[in-house]
Design a protein around this ligand. Structure first.
Ligand code: PLP
Length: 409
C-alpha cells in the first residue's frame, strides 16, 4: 500500500467553522422562527463590479473565436496584468518592483501554502498568535510544526505574541525564526502595522538572515495615513520579504480566484551547494507545478485597475468599511473593548465578564441571534476574544448592532 505524508495525521480537525455551523444549526432547529444575523462571514457578499463583468464577458467572447482564442497562459501571468499590477500597485506609489518579480496566481491561500515547497524543512517558522490558521497548517503538513502540545501550540513553531496591551502588534520573539509570517492588516484582529512597526521587522529580518512572508490580502482596506499597504514601502524590504496579494477581498474575487506574489531578485536562500535566488526557485516551482491563471480571470483582474474599475471596487470596499465602522462604534457604545475595524474589515472584541470565546458565541447567538467567530479558533491567544466581520449586508449589520446595544450581558 502507498505510504502517505504522516504529517497530515497531526493536523487537528478543522473544528472552528464546522462547530460554528453545528451550533447555529442546532439553535435553528430549536428556534425555527429565530431571525439569525451572521457577522461571522469571512467571504465577500457584494457582486463583482461592472468593469470586471464587462472585461470577463469580452474575454469569454474572445475565447469563442479562432482568431482570438487563447490556450495555456504564461506561467507568471500575461504581460497586460503584470504591467497593470506593477504600474498601479507599486510604481505609482514610488515602489520599485520589476515585471519578472511578479507571479500571477489563483489567490493568496494556495500561493502561501505552495511557497513552503521551496523552503527547507529544517527552517524555524515564526507565526503570530492569533492569526489566519493556514500558515500553521501548511507548515505542519510540511513537517515544520513538531507536535501539538496541551496548550494548543506546536512544539517547533515560534509563536510571535501580539498582546492586546500593545494593540495586537507582533512583538519580537526570544527565539529567532528563519521564516516570519506577517499579516497586515491582520485577520482576525483587524490591526495594521504602521511604518515604524513594520520597519522594526524588516530590520530584524535583515540582522538575523530571516525571510518575511508578508500577507497583504487586506491592503485595500487601509485607511490610516502612514500605514503601509506594501512591505516594499519600507527601506530594505526587498532584501528580506516576499509579498502575497489577492484580488479576493479587494475586488470580490473569492469565487473568481486571482492573486499575485512578489519575489524580489535580491532575495537569496542557501542549498547544499551555496546561494540560490528565491525568485529563480519560485519561477521554477510555478513553471513546473502551475499552468497559469485563466485568461478570462486575468482580463477581469486587469479591469480592476482601469479608471472606472478603480472607482467601482473602491465603492465596494467603502461599503464594507461603513459596516466595519458601524460595528466598531456600536460595540464601543455598548461598552465593549474593541480593536480593528479601521484599516481592516475585521472587528476583534474582548469577551466581557471573563467569558470564553465559545461561551460568548453561545450567549450572543441565544440572546441576540447574532453569529460571530470565537477568537480561540485563530490561535491559543485568541481565547477570550471574538471576531466580527464587515462583509455582510449593511441593513443586517445595523440590526445586529442595535440588538447588541440593547443586550444586557
Ligand atoms: N490571507 C488572509 C489573511 C486571509 O484572511 C485570506 C482569506 O480569508 C487569504 C489570505 C486567502 O485569500 P485568497 O482568497 O486570495 O486565497
Amino acid at each position: 500500500m502507498v505510504q502517505v505524508n504522516d504529517n497530515y495525521r497531526k493536523l487537528p480537525q478543522n473544528y472552528l467553522f464546522s462547530e460554528v455551523a453545528r451550533r447555529v444549526r442546532s439553535y435553528r432547529e430549536a428556534n425555527p422562527d429565530a431571525d439569525i444575523i451572521s457577522l461571522g462571514i469571512g467571504d465577500v457578499t457584494r457582486p463583482l463590479c461592472n468593469s470586471v463583468i464587462e472585461a470577463m464577458s469580452a474575454a469569454v467572447a474572445e475565447m469563442g473565436r479562432a482568431e482570438t482564442f487563447r490556450g495555456y497562459a504564461p506561467d507568471r501571468g500575461y504581460d497586460f496584468l503584470i504591467d497593470a499590477i506593477r504600474t498601479n500597485d507599486y510604481l505609482s506609489r514610488g515602489i520599485r518592483v520589476d515585471s519578472d518579480e511578479i507571479f500571477v496566481n489563483d489567490g493568496a491561500k494556495s500561493a502561501l501554502g505552495h511557497f513552503c515547497d521551496i523552503l527547507g524543512g529544517n527552517n524555524k517558522v515564526g507565526i503570530c498568535d492569533p492569526v489566519y490558521p493556514v500558515y500553521i497548517d501548511t507548515n505542519v503538513m510540511d513537517g515544520r510544526g513538531g507536535v501539538l502540545t496541551s496548550d494548543g501550540k506546536w512544539s517547533d513553531i515560534v509563536y510571535i505574541d501580539s498582546p492586546a496591551e500593545n494593540g495586537f502588534i507582533p512583538q519580537i520573539p526570544l527565539q529567532v525564526p528563519d521564516i516570519i509570517y506577517i499579516c497586515s492588516p491582520n485577520n482576525p484582529t483587524g490591526t495594521a502595522l504602521n511604518g515604524s512597526q513594520l520597519k522594526a521587522w524588516v530590520d530584524y529580518a535583515a540582522e538575523h538572515g530571516s525571510l518575511i512572508l508578508f500577507d497583504a490580502a487586506y491592503e485595500a482596506f487601509v485607511r490610516t495615513p502612514g500605514v503601509p499597504r506594501s512591505i516594499y514601502e519600507i527601506e530594505g524590504a526587498r532584501n528580506v520579504a516576499v509579498e502575497f496579494r489577492s484580488f479576493s477581498k479587494t475586488a470580490g474575487f473569492t469565487g473568481v480566484r486571482c492573486g499575485y506574489t512578489v519575489v524580489p531578485k535580491e532575495l537569496k536562500g542557501r542549498d547544499s551547494e551555496g546561494e540560490v535566488s528565491l525568485n529563480a526557485l519560485w519561477n521554477r516551482h510555478q513553471s513546473t507545478k502551475f499552468n497559469g491563471t485563466a485568461y478570462i480571470v486575468q482580463r477581469a483582474a486587469e479591469a480592476v485597475y482601469s479608471p472606472q474599475g478603480k472607482k467601482e471596487t473602491a465603492l465596494t470596499v467603502d461599503y464594507y468599511m461603513r459596516n466595519a465602522d458601524t460595528i466598531r462604534k456600536g460595540l464601543e457604545f455598548a461598552g465593549f473593548t474593541v480593536y480593528g475595524g479601521v484599516d481592516a474589515p475585521y472587528i476583534w472584541l474582548k469577551t466581557p465578564c471573563g467569558l470564553s470565546s465559545w461561551e460568548f458565541f453561545d450567549r450572543l447567538l441565544d440572546e441576540c441571534r447574532v453569529v460571530g467567530t470565537p477568537g480561540v479558533g485563530f490561535g491559543p491567544s485568541g481565547e477570550g476574544y471574538f471576531r466580527l466581520t464587515a462583509f455582510g449586508d449593511y441593513d443586517n449589520v445595523c440590526r445586529a448592532v442595535e440588538r447588541i446595544k440593547e443586550w444586557k450581558i
